[in-house]
Design a protein. Sequence first.
Length: 492
Amino acid sequence: MALQLAPLAALAFTARLAAPLAPRSRVLLSADPPADPSAVPADVVQLWSEQWWPLLFSASASKTAPTPLHVLGAPLVVWWDAPRARWRCLLDRCPHRLAKLSQGRVDARGRLECAYHGWAFEGGGGACEALPQRGAPCGRALALPVVEAQGLVWAWGGALFGGAEARGGPLTVAEASDPRFSVADYWRECAVDATLAAENFLDPSHVYFAHHRTIARREHARAVPLRLSSPLRRDGFSLRSAQPQEWPGTATFHAPMLAVVSTRRAGSYNTTLVNYCVPTLPGRCRQMVRICFETARMPPPLRQLIGLSSSRRLAWLSHITRAAAVVEDDHGLLHDIEHFYRLAAPPPPASPPGAPSQGAELAPRWEARLQLPTRSDGSFIALRRWVDTYTRGRGVAWSPHTPAAALAAPPPLLAPHALLERFESHAQHCTACRGALATARRVRAAAQVGALLCLAAGAARLAAAAYGAAMLAASLEARLLVGPVPRERRDS
Ligand SMILES: *[C@@H]1O[C@H](CO)[C@@H](O)[C@H](O)[C@H]1NC(C)=O
Ligand code: FES
């Protein structure tokens, strides 16, 4: 995971970044905009396509129903092929008449059966193995190579661009499979560009304010100057705290999607916060967050408490409290910021049909438009320079399967309450939250009936207890569906 760097280059680079706002060096300007603005340069396409993309956390993914999701603009369907004990992934389009395969079902032989006319596809190569209309089986769905690693299901992006054979391994993080650490996972579909999610995650100084009363306190705010500890490269960059006594951390970007923030303390437990920022559609991403605490070095009550809150059984509880709240704290801010980033952007170029396309520049002339006087913005500056240098400022190279409408227009500006929505963006495809939702609904219905029966029988106390239980279940149900508004940080 550690970025390798030539010592001399690193030295020169660190010296240069002592003043992060100094004029950009030549290496950072190496990329000129392409002559034909609709043609994405091959190296940019390769950067996004030739990757293993995380799709799902396997522990909270359905093993009975197919799950629809997007990666790089392409609609995909993922399912569990029980007879072969493997996750499978196809383009979510039936080759027969383009129905969504994710509306179908998984048959007893582990194949995905289309809901429209019942063609059944095996997951290995996408071949159609059953055709109820009795023609010779023909047609093949587009299949993506899939691996499971570190509790994540990954698919090879190259297949979406009609190219590159799968190679290399997924971008895993050592702490996530280190027995000294406990790991809690959360994911959420967000109305934010993936690069904004990454710039936010790598920025320690927003935590005290944006997450006031969620995981931090604004009274504890301090300067967190950051210094590049490796040169900006195509495969990412790493920054470390310039004042480790204040904040002993590092912020690392493993291009093009993995943001990692680690704190290492000699006298206390270490933490590693991981965020896979997966581009789903233009202006949208899936944040797949892993919180790794070194529980082995925690004192006893805390160790058990953190261990318990990371347990699979209680995943839904963290998904409706801290984990969801932290993402929601940022969501409204980032969604709005992105809209203003784009304001100064030229309209996206029309692209030839079938060609991989891309939107307008995401944050044009950001260096001139933003005030960045302190080194606490070091990770933001590094991330935006990485986007400028290695993607020509365009960010994601969207696959040819991206809906044309999503490429043509900038994403709409959503109302704040829409960004707190938790069912479409998470619970419906999280087995833990779906289970909790079904239980909460059953408990509420039963407690309501119980309260009425007790009331009719004259047992007022029992009726009150049942009514209390119904209210509790109803509030749980509400939290599984939508985040609280207004945010707590406003109150004090
Ligand atoms: C935690 O951080 C300390 C201090 O940097 C380091 O010596 C130790 O190896 C780390 N432990 C783990 C499990 O990563
Ligand atoms: S569209 Fe899938 S079987 Fe007809």
